[in-house]
Design a binder for this molecule. Structure first.
Ligand SMILES: [Zn+2]
Length: 58
């Protein structure tokens, strides 16, 4: 499983909504989240350390 960087939802790795960014594949729960990410990828592609700080919801 992967995490939607826009809304934080857990998303299947095989989600049809995906974008590559900085050598990684980001997946999204819906086309809306993908559109937001594509517009401002730097805003949503949070570093892993940032995720750790917030704590992961699983
Ligand atoms: Zn989403």
């Amino acid at each position: 499983m992967a995490k939607d960087p826009v809304c934080g939802m857990t998303v299947d790795d095989k989600s049809p909504y995906s974008s590559s960014y900085a050598g990684t594949i980001q997946v999204f729960c819906c086309s809306g989240c993908k559109a937001k990410f594509d517009k401002e990828p730097g805003r949503y592609a949070a570093p892993t350390a940032e995720d750790a700080k917030r704590g992961r919801r699983s």
